[in-house]
Design a protein around this ligand. Structure first.
Ligand code: NAG
Ligand code: NAG
Ligand code: NAG
Length: 399
């Protein structure tokens, strides 16, 4: 994301005082865990997870994450939050699936997998209230397979999108627009080959009811700003108003995940149909989603929001407020998968046995299964054992 040249390209009046913190997070673990939606159970589909190592199959809101976690995969030591999304698989023309690697985004470092996280301030440094301990939320809907019922000018329509990169440069034409708008972004998975990969863009709502740390659907306690969205600015530069039901302006949380689809571009099916599928069996992309569990130490996030005022969000400009970790440090924080199942290498089925559900009807939940199992803890790139002997997914305690 690069907004300075945007001024020249679109003539937009982007506030000169716009601040974000933007940082890379290495991979913590990739497995079928979702402590928000399916606490205590194997999740129906695979997620890629970054952040503090207190991440677990169940995460009660009363847990003191900054003290439980001994490390984080994110750039700032104070941030023991967890961030996760669905993962992308490539469907080989022969029917097998293989996970698409994630790589670091522009100017975020050189770390393993992971994603880029942004906390975006309102324009003009209008005050923002940091999340409280125990706060969590989700955005997007894994069952969605079309946007027919979503107003194209609504914030929801801009909240999840994909950028089809032609080239890899930060200052290149295809990286000039704010996420979710412009000629290279779509709300569905790109239907053509993207020579330099695909970046998923996920925005969360930025208004809070001021009371509830969570809600039954993990969404109702937060809301998007009211009104329609300017199709040049998207949500990134939006200056809206919070609804009276959700009057507290929280930081605009935003994830970018860079899927390196390049190795698969010469393996497309001969009919030209796009071969990528999200882990819940979604070949459309409409069902992409993100989850967040707040876990910053003390008032560190509020301090960063009040004092870090770089428009690019370069972590070094926030060094007086927060402790910056090296790539080696964030790479060294990992968790062993606790599901006895392989998620990498060629697989006969998506983990969880999710069938491909192209819609346009909403997807239906299918019986959760163990796709391919290994005997060890670590994901293995060796051949899968025979399908017929695959036992049900089991959760083993952390070692
Ligand atoms: C995860 O939860 C299990 C069961 O409550 C517990 O034994 C384990 O220590 C937890 N792991 C982490 C990393 O907190
Ligand atoms: C499909 O092709 C991949 C790559 O060559 C291979 O590893 C996998 O076993 C194949 N799957 C089937 C079902 O033949
Ligand atoms: C944003 O909206 C607020 C309230 O409507 C207004 O006071 C402020 O000037 C606006 N900021 C920008 C940059 O447009």
């Amino acid at each position: 994301m690069n907004w300075r040249p945007l001024l020249a390209f679109t003539g937009l009046v982007v506030p000169s005082v716009h601040a974000v913190i933007r940082f890379g997070c290495a991979q913590l673990v990739t497995q079928r865990f979702d402590p928000l939606v399916t606490p205590g159970q194997v999740s129906p589909h695979v997620h890629q997870i970054v952040g503090g190592n207190a991440f677990n199959i169940t995460m009660d809101p009363s847990l003191d994450l900054p003290n439980l976690a001994t490390c984080t995969t994110c750039r700032f030591k104070e941030d023991k939050s967890n961030y996760w999304t669905a993962v992308m698989y490539f469907k080989h023309p022969n029917g097998s699936f293989i996970r698409v690697p994630q790589i670091p985004n522009h100017y975020t470092g050189a770390y393993n997998g992971g994603m880029t996280v942004y906390y975006i301030q309102p324009p003009n440094f209008e005050p923002v209230t940091a999340f409280r301990p125990g706060f969590r939320m989700i955005t997007g809907n894994p069952m969605l397979r079309n946007y027919d019922k979503i107003d194209p000018e609504s914030p929801e329509a801009y909240s999840v999108s994909f950028r089809c990169w032609e080239t890899t440069g930060f200052f290149d034409q295809d990286n000039m627009s704010p996420p979710g708008v412009g000629n290279y972004d779509t709300i569905h998975l790109p239907k053509k080959k993207c020579p330099a990969g695909i970046r998923a863009n996920i925005f969360f709502p930025s208004c809070w009811d001021g009371v509830n740390l969570d809600s039954r659907d993990h969404k109702s306690h937060v809301a998007f700003m009211t009104g329609t969205v300017d199709s040049n600015r998207g949500l990134f530069f939006r200056n809206g108003t919070c609804p009276s039901t959700h009057p507290v302006r929280i930081p605009l949380l935003f994830y970018e995940t860079y899927w390196d689809t390049r190795p698969f571009n010469d393996m497309w099916p001969t009919d030209g149909s796009q071969p990528f599928v999200l882990s819940m069996g979604d070949p459309t992309g409409y069902g992409h989603h993100g989850d967040y569990v707040f876990g910053w130490e003390g008032d560190s996030l509020q301090r960063a929001m009040d004092n870090c005022r770089d428009a690019f969000g370069d972590p070094s400009t926030c060094a007086s407020q927060l402790t910056i970790l090296s790539d080696a440090e964030i790479n060294s924080c990992t968790q062993k998968p606790q599901i006895n199942e392989r998620v990498d290498g060629y697989l006969d089925k998506l983990p969880g046995c999710n069938p491909i559900q192209p819609g346009p009807a909403s997807a239906t939940m299918i019986a959760n299964c163990d796709a391919v199992s290994t005997t060890g803890f670590s994901p293995s790139r060796t051949a899968a054992p025979a399908e017929v002997t695959a036992p049900p997914a089991v959760v083993t305690p952390a070692v």
